[in-house]
Each structure stands twice: as C-alpha cells, then as structure tokens.
Design a protein around this ligand. Structure first.
Ligand code: PLP
Length: 488
C-alpha cells in the first residue's frame, strides 16, 4: 500500500482547527469566570425540568457533532443545575466549596496528562511533595508515608487495611483472613462515619468486627465503655486490633479524646487510626488547633483536601506513620511493572501505596491552591468557619422556639424549630418540611440528621464564601417558615 495514501487516511482526536479550539476554550474560560464570580446571585439549587433532563436519556452518539454546539448544550443543560456546593449558602452534608484556582489546576493536570501510578516525572515529584506538606500540616514525622486518593472513604480504607495487616498475626496477604489465629476487633464511637462499615466489610472482617462504642452527652467516645469492650473481647479470645478515633464527627463535629485514645492504644498494643476527614486540618488553624492536639500520634490518619481545603473533587489523603508497613500492605511487582535504574520507570511506583494502578494527577490542585494562598490563610479560613458556627449557635440560642440539639464544637451546628407541645414525629415532619422548602426555594441548602434519637437540622459551614449575613438570613427563614407551618 502507498504510504502517502495511508497517512492521509489516519485519524487523530486532535482538533482539525486549533484556532477554532482556542476560540472556544477562551469562551469557556470567560463563562467559567462569570459562573464562579456571580454564584451568590443564583439560587443555591434548582430542580432540573423534565424537558432538559430528557437530554440525558439520548443513546450513545455514533456520529460527530460540532464542539461549539455541544458547549452551548452544556450551558443550557449542565451549568444551571449543579448540586450547589460552590454557593455561599450551601451547608449540607460535608464538603468543600471549590475554587477557581483548583478548577484551573484540574485543567492543567489533564493537559500534562501524566498517570500518577508511576514515579520519574514532575507530576510524581509534586505528588510526593504534597503528601509531605500534608504530613507537615498535621504534625506527622517526615519518615511517615502517604498517598493521595479519591477521598476520605478511600483514605480510611488505606489506613484500616494497613492496620488489619499489621495486627493479623500472620502474613495476611499470603494467607487471607480465614487463617487469622483470632478474629480481629476494631472500635469506633457510635458517631463513626458509615465508610468504616464498608471498610471492615471489604476487608473481610464483617460489620460485627467494628464495635460501636457508645458516645457520651458531647458525642465523644466513652473511654470507659471502650476499655470494657476491649477487655471483654480479649477474654472471649478475640484480638482487639485498632481504635478508630474521629476528629470531627459528621453528625455534630465532635472530636474524640485523641491523647487518651493514643495512650490506650499504646498500652493495649493496638493500632491508632484517626478519621480526620473533617477535623485533621484544624491542626493548621491558630485559634482552634488545640482541639485536635494528639492527632500527630496516630498510626494512620485519613484527611480530605476536598473538604476544608476546597480543592475540586476528588482529593483525599491517607498518612501512615510506619512507611514500611504501608508499603508492605500494597506493593506488588508484576513482570510488566518492574522499576528500572533509569528512564521513565525509574523511581518508586506510587501505586505501591494504595489500591489503584492508574492514578489521577490530584496533587496539582492541592499544590497550586496551597502555594497561591499559603497554609496560614487556610488556617484562618478554618477558624473563620468555626467562628461563624459559634455565631449561628448564638443566634439560635437567642431565638426561641429554635433549640440547639448538640454542642457546637467546630463548624457544625445542629438545631431545630421546636414550638412547645409538639411530639418528636411532629417535630421531625415540621423541620423536614422547613429544610426541603429552603432547598427548593434555592435560599439555602441544609441537611438533617438524628442525634441522641432526636431529629435535627444540620448546618455544616465548610465554605469560604459564607458570610455572617447568610447565617442571619437562614435563621430568619427557618423561623418564618416554621411559624407558618406550625400555624397551618
Ligand atoms: C466526609 C467524611 C468521610 C468520607 O469522605 P469522602 O471524601 O466523602 O469519601 C469519612 N469520614 C468522615 C468523618 C467524613 O466527614
């Protein structure tokens, strides 16, 4: 075959017209700047109309469509209907508010295109540097290891897998959980995040292996109850392996007694894991860092840059004090992935520290945001959110029939509209309706939960755009709607 003709027939995904691509990309940047700059002027959330939603039922496109036309579709179909978490009045669940710099970094990371499974490239050096920075920020020793993962759930799985393997009493990777001499037990408070249940199930230990230690009136783990459970398990021939302390529970923001749990783990020869997805970075906040003192003593720590560092999803991080134990948990060297003395495959494979092989270039968005603002500013922003939560706590306390439902420790406030004489089911129905009305009107996004058996509205202020006036508006709207509903 004639090579010239064959060349003419070869295709690529690169644009046929780079100038047209430049034009479209510039347009997208201009729209993106407006989108983020003016977020406060839009509703937090709006339901997607059925007609627009229909677009997502179209079958796989066999032929092409012009990119410019597709981009206009995205402006109509996608951009007006986000979850809302970049809005200043989004306080649902627990997540960051994003940042333009972070979005720019996502673009540049994709342009660089490196696969972070490997090691001898600038992206990989940046990945290791970001892990080092997170160790420094949380007080972990330089000798510790770490890995950037999808989020807190995966970061906890990394830590708990290292804990299981270190405590199993056998070569667990070779022999499997069935060969363990005694069943392992992990302990967390009854406020522990649901990802830990998935973790122990995945680790082959079963949900029963995760014992829920009762929490006290401040929703912190009851340490006397913990000690009693450990003794009971030992007496029954089970092996107490790991305590999972939470620094910032998802329900109320409670922080377990980290120094006391660290000491207990040392005494008992157990692994000390901290779920710091919410609170680990309080360690960089000058006014509140004492709340998480002791976190640096953890054997493993899960933290979540896509929460209080506001990097775009996804970004979590697992730190492990004993780097050798961490590596021994995940490293494998198949014949097609051997490290070489020189070239592209030189240097340590980053996939040896977690479950993935291919890995996203998550480091760049963390690196760029931390470099642009400095850790001190992130610390101040964390303090700012905590001060805002305490302000909301005071607004609620001063405004009957609002009632606080849990102590406000960091940036989470639990309260409800509670007129006299309503029973629990009626209060639940009333407050659920208030919450849904706030969401559907686009005024504010808050969530709900149950604390100590009682329904509560939950406001989690992990948001660098929130102002105190937004919280005043929330309180006014809850009272106005609550009064109208209670009267009806
Ligand atoms: C958010 C959170 C998780 C899970 O993290 P993801 O990033 O959502 O996977 C785990 N534990 C706590 C305490 C959390 O707040």
């Amino acid at each position: 075959m004639d090579t010239k003709a064959a060349e003419g027939a070869e295709e690529t995904l690169d644009p046929a017209d780079w100038e047209a691509m430049r034009h479209l990309a510039h347009l997208a940047v201009d729209d993106a700047i407006r989108h983020v700059r003016d977020v406060r002027d839009r509703p937090v959330w709006q339901e997607m109309p059925p007609a627009q939603r229909q677009a997502f039922s179209a079958p796989a496109p066999e032929g092409p469509r012009p990119l410019g036309e597709l981009y206009r579709d995205l402006l109509d179909l996608l951009m007006p209907y986000p979850m809302g978490n970049i809005h200043p009045r989004f306080w649902m669940w627990y997540m960051g508010a994003g940042s333009f710099t972070g979005a720019l970094a996502e673009f540049l990371a994709a342009i660089d295109g490196s696969n972070l499974g490997g090691g001898n490239n600038a992206a990989a050096f940046m990945d290791r540097q970001v892990v080092d920075w997170l160790k420094q920020m949380t007080g972990f020793p330089a000798s510790a290891s770490g890995t950037l993962v999808s989020g807190g759930s995966m970061a906890n799985i990394i830590g708990l897998t290292a804990a299981r393997n270190a405590m199993a009493g056998i070569d667990l990777r070779e022999e499997g959980v069935a060969a363990m001499p005694a069943p392992l037990r992990f302990y967390g408070s009854d406020q522990i995040h649901s990802c830990h249940q998935k973790a122990v199930e995945l680790l082959g230990l079963g949900n029963r292996a995760l014992r829920r230690v009762p929490s006290g009136p401040e929703f912190r783990m009851d340490l006397a109850a913990l000690a009693a459970m450990i003794a009971e398990d030992r007496a029954a021939g089970r092996r107490p392996a790991c305590v999972i302390a939470t620094a910032g529970t998802v329900n109320t923001g409670a922080i377990d007694d980290l120094p006391a749990i660290a000491a207990l783990c040392r005494r008992e020869g157990m692994w000390f894991h901290v779920d710091g997805c919410i609170g680990a970075l309080v360690a960089i906040a000058p006014e509140n860092r004492q709340l998480v003192a002791g976190i640096e003593a953890a054997d493993s720590l899960a933290l979540d840059p896509h929460k209080w560092l506001h990097v775009p999803f996804e970004a979590g991080c697992a730190l492990v004090r004993d780097a050798a134990a961490h590596r021994a948990t995940f490293a494998v060297h198949p014949e097609y992935l051997e490290e070489k003395p020189r070239g592209i495959a030189a240097g340590e494979y980053l996939h040896d520290y977690n479950l993935q092989t291919s890995r996203a270039f998550r480091a760049l968005k963390i690196w760029l945001m931390l470099s642009e603002h400095g850790t001190a500013k992130f610390g101040r922003l964390i303090d700012q959110n905590i001060a805002q939560a305490r302000y909301l706590d005071r607004l609620v306390a001063a405004r009957p029939p609002l009632a606080l439902m849990a102590p406000t420790v960091i940036d989470i406030v639990c309260f409800r509209y509670a007129p006299e004489g309503m029973d629990e089911p009626a209060l639940r129905a009333l407050n659920t309706e208030i919450m849904l009305q706030l969401q559907e009107s686009g005024i504010a996004a808050i969530s709900d939960t149950t604390v100590a058996g009682r329904h509560a509205l939950r406001v989690a202020i992990c948001n660098h755009r929130t102002r105190r006036a937004d919280l005043e508006l929330l309180v006014d709207e809850v009272c106005r709607r609550g009064a109208a509903l209670a009267a009806a």
